[in-house]
Design a protein around this ligand. Structure first.
Ligand code: DGL
Length: 223
């Protein structure tokens, strides 16, 4: 058994929502978590900047001899994962907004995707919505202020909910019965998002699926 650690990175604390799922799926693995706090947030930065930072993060983790890298960041995945996979031979597990499960679960045939501007502007996201946009209506909503709420630990309360409502209420009003958390910071706002959206709205976080995929790749001995 390879007992090298697993490397996980994000722009800042958001990816901890993914590492907690990895911790519960793979309790015996060592995790190394890197937050690129000096360069955060990534969400509105130029693509070249995000790609360069993602490469630095992977190279740093490679120096620490990790056996796999989890890109616990939708923004870095959306703009940089192809470059990362073409430059590094290590197994790279990455995020994808959970549009596919949301499209399967919605009963109103309208889903909302909450993410950063760069995730929503990416070709990768356009391909994803192209695959499912024929079956359901996809309302894509950039939520630039949510990351700061999480970084400032304002996870609940009237002020956080008022800000969340500015982005979430219009999606629910347009019929979305399923909301996808397309940024790894947003699961920390999940309770507040659910309060604002109402109990009939399903909120989906893909972190468990990412942890399962990591487990599958490690078992398959992928590099
Ligand atoms: N948590 C990240 C994501 O999943 C990055 C957020 C940011 O730095 O703007 O997109």
């Amino acid at each position: 058994m390879n007992d090298a650690p697993i490397g996980v990175f994000d722009s800042d604390v958001g990816g901890l929502s993914v590492s907690r799922e990895i911790r519960s799926a793979l309790p015996h693995e060592d995790l190394l978590y890197v937050a690129d706090a000096g360069a955060a947030p990534y969400g509105d930065r130029p693509v070249e900047f995000i790609v360069a930072r993602a490469r630095l993060m992977v190279e740093f983790l490679l120096q620490l001899r990790v056996k796999a890298v989890v890109v616990a960041c939708n923004t870095a995945t959306a703009v940089a994962v192809q470059t990362l996979r073409s430059h590094y031979s290590i197994a790279i597990i990455a995020m994808e907004p959970a549009v596919k499960p949301a499209a399967r679960l919605t009963e109103s045939d309208v889903i909302g995707v909450l993410a950063t501007s760069q995730t929503l502007a990416s070709e990768r996201y356009a391909r994803l919505t192209g695959r499912f946009g024929g079956d359901v209506e996809i309302l894509s909503q950039a939520c630039p202020e949510f990351v700061a709420l999480v970084e400032n630990a304002e996870l609940s309360g009237a002020q956080a909910e008022a800000l969340i409502a500015r982005y979430v209420t219009p999606l629910v009003a347009r019929g979305a019965d399923t909301l996808v958390l397309g940024c790894t910071h947003f699961p920390f706002l999940r309770a507040a998002i659910q309060t604002v959206a109402g109990p009939h709205v399903r909120v989906i976080d893909p972190a468990t699926a990412v942890a399962r995929e990591l487990q599958r790749r490690l078992q398959a001995g992928d590099r």
